[in-house]
Design a protein around this ligand. Structure first.
Ligand code: NAP
Length: 242
């Protein structure tokens, strides 16, 4: 059985990615932290569209939990292969750097950057043995451009972009691609306090994006046919930055 692991699959962009992975024929491992009701909804949506999935909750900011829960799943399911890994789970905690507390820096770095390292290191080993894999990291415009109030988040996402490029060069010979997708403003819980009507004037496409539009780019990079694209960052931002 071929699986796609999507972290933060209970809501927003992650949910749309789960649905797309299922439509590509993958059995989807839906990771989340605490929102079981929303994660169950993702599972139902996949089932309704004819796909299969299962819940795999763990806190991506906790390396011990990653080893226990994800490592445990991999050991118990040696017959199943995680062919696609989408590192999507993320948080932001915005404040100007002069007022940023230690915990705000550490939590955002742990959840967005350390998670990439601990999860990917586990999964890439099995991909290397199978000589096939697709790793897609959901980063942000903030990690390319840097945004005020987001020194922690920009640093974390920028770090993931650099690690994406490094890892791509390490594993390219083994049929594994490593890429990133960088959304701009997407309508999800994360942006619920950002007023679209005020912001859309600065976005060339003149609106926020949808989770499905981000999932489409993730699906493209996850396809077998995207084998010659690696170490790349695709922006999905309505033309905001470029
Ligand atoms: P969201 O709606 O807030 O959903 C966040 C998801 O991440 C939820 O499934 C949540 O699980 C999960 N999550 C958070 N912390 C976790 C942890 N410690 N362990 C496991 N799961 C955790 O966010 P979103 O807008 O879809 O964002 C998804 C990704 O896109 C993030 O990496 C974000 O930085 C990035 N992004 C978003 C935007 C945007 O405009 N929305 C723009 C650029 C980049 P629970 O449901 O259990 O809490």
């Amino acid at each position: 059985m071929k699986c796609a692991l999507v972290t933060g699959g209970s809501r927003g962009i992650g949910r749309a990615v789960c649905i797309r992975m299922a439509s590509m024929g993958y059995h989807v491992l839906v990771n989340y932290k605490s929102n079981r009701d929303e994660a169950d909804k993702t599972i139902s949506l996949i089932k309704e569209s004819g796909g299969t999935s299962e819940l795999l909750p763990f806190d991506v900011s906790n390396k011990i939990e990653i080893q226990q829960k994800l490592g445990g799943w991999m050991e118990a399911n040696a017959d199943k292969a995680i062919e696609v890994l989408v590192n999507n789970a993320g948080i932001k905690d915005d404040v100007l750097m002069m007022w940023m507390k230690d915990e705000q820096w550490e939590n955002v770095l742990k959840t967005n950057l350390d998670s990439f390292f601990y999860i990917t290191r586990l999964v890439v080993n099995s991909m290397l043995l199978k000589r096939y894999g697709r790793i897609i990291n959901v980063v942000s415009l903030s990690g390319i451009k840097g945004l005020p109030g987001q020194a922690n988040y920009s640093a974390a996402k920028g770090g993931v972009i650099a690690a994406t490029k490094a890892l791509a060069q390490e594993v390219g010979r083994r049929g594994i691609t490593v890429n990133a997708v960088a959304p701009g403003f997407i309508t999800t819980d994360m942006t619920e306090n950002i007023p679209e009507k005020d912001m859309k004037a600065i976005i060339p496409v003149n609106r926020f994006g949808t989770p499905e539009e981000v999932a489409y780019a993730v699906g493209f990079l996850a396809s077998k046919e995207a084998a010659y694209i690696t170490g790349e960052v695709i922006s999905v931002n309505g033309g905001l930055y470029t």
